[in-house]
Design a protein around this ligand. Structure first.
Ligand code: DAV
Length: 375
């Protein structure tokens, strides 16, 4: 039987992926974790319910076109089975008035080697999102005898998982930046919580963003679960709403990473990259002044690209500065329109979960450095 699942990083040749779908997507109701993520001036504050049908249709058109482009470049693409996300959910510990979407599989699914693990998200509305991917997981399980189908420990997400009164309408942007620089986030440390999109895989090393969606206990959990890998906690103080590493710190090929210039990696955390001759370059500026309407993510989805191999990258069509920089860095750029899909959960990288990339577990960082901020 063939090997279906294998992926160790975000840059080796991509052969098989899962691309999300926008069907039935919701703006979820406010809850302890999401109220921290939605910017104070966002039009989404206080709003919840099904997303307008025409926006869903437009997003799906762009997702379908993206799939066609990937297929043209030799990537096999699978799609999830969306649920009716407007259903209310309940566990013994909480209830929530709706779920969210199955547009960004990369938030939920983490592929490491022959294993795909569903994450331990801190948003209650995302608690059952993994179900949209279970038909595919089952298919891989039946057809690839080496595939490890797994699920991180489910967080309980009781009120103890969040700091109370952390969010205060009066808090200024400066205060917010001080808090995030001090690694003071809304989530507590009572249980491991993490989004898959906070994990940057680079062979034997995992760089995991400590932020609103991933806590320190998750780092410790990763360390014990993957004893052959090295886990590094990273954080980016310039981001007032730090969720997901993939619009902040994006590897393009071995030895090269683009870093959001508003969210530079702190100097002491650069040591491991310097010791191994990795270059960190500032990403190009976004082509837009802001994200599209009803979008959770920032304008920096401009750098949320999908690398197809060491020389080829998919970039959002209107992001001309980012495309130009990629070209200068020696990458062939495939432009794809995607801004209509942004509000549903992010950019091209967010919308794509790896199933198979060629290559194995390489050691890109043989010179490990002692750093008190790393786990
Ligand atoms: O900059 O808003 C978005 C990343 C979504 N996976 C940002 C991060």
């Amino acid at each position: 039987m063939p090997k279906i699942v294998n992926s160790w990083n975000d840059f080796d040749p991509l052969k098989h992926a899962i691309v999300g779908r926008a069907d039935f997507s919701m703006i979820p109701p406010e809850e302890p974790a999401t109220s921290e993520k939605v910017p104070v001036d966002s039009e989404m504050r206080g709003m919840w319910g099904p997303r307008p049908t025409e926006t869903v249709e437009k997003a799906n058109e762009q997702l379908d076109n993206y799939v066609a482009v990937l297929e043209k470049h030799g990537v096999k693409v699978d799609r999830p089975t969306p649920l009716q996300w407007n259903q209310h959910i309940q566990t013994p510990d909480f209830r929530n008035d709706s779920m969210m979407t199955a547009m960004p599989p990369r938030d939920i699914l983490l592929t490491i080697g022959n294993e795909i693990m569903a994450s331990a998200n801190s948003f209650r509305c995302r608690y059952f999102e993994y179900l949209a991917y279970w038909p595919l997981m089952n298919e891989y399980f039946e057809n690839d005898p080496e595939f490890k189908w797994s699920q991180a420990p489910r967080p309980r997400l009781t009120d103890k998982s969040y700091k109370h009164n952390y969010y205060d309408e009066k808090i200024s942007l400066e205060d917010r930046l001080i808090r995030t620089a001090n690694k003071d986030f809304v989530t507590t440390e009572v249980e491991p919580m993490w989004d898959a999109a906070d994990v940057m895989r680079v062979g034997k090393d995992l760089f995991i963003q400590h932020g609103l969606t991933t806590n320190r206990k998750a780092m410790e959990w990763f360390k014990r679960y993957y004893p052959d890998l090295r886990v590094h906690s990273v954080n980016f103080p310039g981001d007032p709403y730090p969720i997901h590493i993939d619009a902040t710190f994006v590897p393009l090929r071995p030895g090269l990473i683009i870093n959001n210039p508003h969210r530079p990696l702190p100097v002491e955390q650069r040591a491991i990259f310097e010791a191994n001759d990795w270059q960190i370059v500032e990403a190009a500026k976004p082509a837009h002044d802001g994200p599209p309407p009803l979008c959770y993510s920032s304008v920096w989805l401009s750098m949320n690209c999908l690398v197809l191999d060491h020389k080829t990258v998919v970039v959002e069509e209107s992001e001309v500065y980012q495309a130009e920089q990629m070209d200068k860095l020696g990458m062939n750029v495939i432009p794809v329109p995607f801004r209509d899909a942004y509000p549903f959960g992010g950019g091209l990288h967010c919308a794509t979960a790896d199933v198979y990339r060629e290559g194995g577990m390489e050691d890109y960082f043989p010179n490990q450095v002692e750093d008190p901020t790393l786990v």
